[in-house]
Design a protein. Sequence first.
Length: 275
Amino acid sequence: MDLVLDAADRHLLTPYVYPAGWPEGEPCRQLLSLFVITNLGALALYLLFGTLSYYFIFDHELKKHPQFLEDQVRREIAYALRSLPWISVPTIALFFAEVRGYSKLYDNIEDSPYGWSGVFLSMLSFLFFTDMGIYWIHRALHHKLLYKRFHKPHHLWKIATPFASHAFHPVDGFMQSLPYHVYPFLFPLHKVTYLGLYIFVNVWTISIHDGDYRVPRLLRHVINGSAHHTDHHLYFDYNYGQYFTLWDKIGGSYKSPTAFEGRGPHDYLRKLREK
């Protein structure tokens, strides 16, 4: 995040926003800047990619499904916009620790113990590490002591749209993002790679709520896509994973998507039309 903060300071904040006497490295200034940058960035990612997905990928026929709520899209967006600032508060604390040099993020490829291969391997390990972390956190949020208070609001959307992707209770949203932020404190990661992965995970979160169930046949039971996550919203106790089905299979919570078996939401609508 220090790359983004440095760019913001250089091109906007130092020349146009902050008083000349307020040093760029001063902690209060950094925290304030991170709060603004994080919220604007999260808002831009959510609204930009959510809107693109909603208008160009999401099948609007799904809005005719009996479990699609009245005024649902507006409610999803409103809930997300209320939650994102609260989710950002603990997130900023972790970004601040990164900026102050407490993480294992590095600037140059030469700083990687394994060069470019290390960068590639770190991308794979990031995906597998965060997938594992999210699986167990997500599964814990379904425990009766946590579900009703924190995770149930996200399950209001049985037939989700891309705008449901960030419509979490703030505690739920931060807890499920925690593996992304913990990784660079445990393992070396290139700073630009980290920013790219941060954008990717936000886009992926949108994509598994987009109602587009197409996955290459060979990967249907490997990649946790929209078909898997739709069944999670519908049946609750299955498919907790984020990118892969690995941990669901290990944890006994894997369910073959109904959309792959001719029993998904689109099939239900087709049967309704035939009647």
